[in-house]
Design a protein around this ligand. Sequence first.
Ligand SMILES: Cc1cc2nc3c(=O)[nH]c(=O)nc-3n(C[C@H](O)[C@H](O)[C@H](O)COP(=O)(O)O)c2cc1C
Length: 348
Amino acid sequence: MSSALTQLGFSVPIVAAPMAGGPSTPALVSAVADAGGLGFVAAGYLSPDALSAQLEQLGGRRFGINIFTPNEADPGIDPAVYAAYREQLLAGGGIDPVLLPETPQRSDDHYAEKVRIALASEAAFVSFTFGYPDPVIIERLQSAGKRVVLGATSREGIDAVRDTGADVLSIQGPRAGGHRATVLGIDGEDADDQDLRELIRYARSRSDQPIFAGGGIADAADVRDILAAGATAAQVGTLFLGATEAGTKPAHLAALHDLRHRATVLTRAFTGRTARAVSNRFTEAFSDQAPTMYPALHFLTAGVRAQAAAQADPEQLHLWAGAGFEGVRVAPAAEIVSSLTRELPATS
Ligand SMILES: Cc1cc2nc3c(=O)[nH]c(=O)nc-3n(C[C@H](O)[C@H](O)[C@H](O)COP(=O)(O)O)c2cc1C
């Protein structure tokens, strides 16, 4: 085990990435901690009370909290563009208009309150997605003894994170499942400077900061590669969707198996922000039309997605998944951690 890893308090170099919307549960975070890795509570979309309730269930374990940061670079809501996309969804057929709110909804996801909860919590790590927090917030968290984790998907982002004084750099490669954590740099797969291993090597050449890196990890060989490139720990999301402790919706989990021969695609169709999902009828019909308008489109499509989940219809559900989703197996989190790490050399 590397000394950087020991200093962070891990015994195995696996981070269970935050997965908002249900999959990250206190049971998953606890199981990964008990297996020697680090799990993140996904604060995104939770009410502050629900977040506090999750934190109460972690019983003295070492864990992180992930918070969505409002990103000032995001374009705001354009009512005409929202209405036009709503019309396109209706014209696409099969969607009940009552499921599609006519008025666009705003939300900062209770940012300030979640920061307050994180500050007062036992969390050892606090990570931020979609934007970098105000320097005052970083300092306050650090003064409270927490390590601040900030993400990047590009060289530009890596340089920006270093300049914030964050304790840990999180690099999300282009094959990652779910939303792209892009703050700076191009947000798409046509960006040819975003190979994960290249980004890790670049970050290593610039600083000694600990690095969590992931995106598309399918097996232990991928973990070895990422560590060999210079990451301190591998950050894994999609494979933990199969953990028995995860709260993955049954329809989502079933689709990862039943649709395993399909490709993943980058799409804004569900939320107005680029995310990687298994291709389905919804992504095929609407990816080309969806504007950039997060989280208004998240709320616009929420009813359709909830109905699809209830009806076990994978074709209208946001099937977030990384490009390595063929590696998903249903198993306890401890087994997933050990299958990802058993071929690692004793010291790395
Ligand atoms: C279902 C799902 C939900 C996610 N939710 C979040 C989130 O709440 N916050 C975040 O920073 N990243 C989120 N991500 C991205 C992961 O943190 C991570 O970058 C990604 O899962 C790594 O790639 P992989 O899924 O291929 O392992 C999510 C990913 C998935 C698959």
